[in-house]
Design a protein. Structure first.
Length: 54
């Protein structure tokens, strides 16, 4: 395989698509809370267990 063929295969795998989804300028607090809820639940449960041990 020549250098030109390798270069052509490398370029064929790449697409020229552009990221079309834009930033809407809003903070989505509900989505942030949904993402953090499992971690907060684990932290609350761990704190409750530590208080129960005392």
């Amino acid at each position: 395989m020549t250098h030109m063929e390798i270069k052509a295969l490398e370029n064929a795998g790449r697409t020229s698509m552009v990221w079309t989804e834009g930033y809407d300028g809003q903070t989505h607090y509900a989505d942030v809370f949904k993402a953090l809820a499992p971690a907060l639940f684990i932290l609350i449960a761990a704190a409750a267990l530590m208080l129960a041990i005392l």
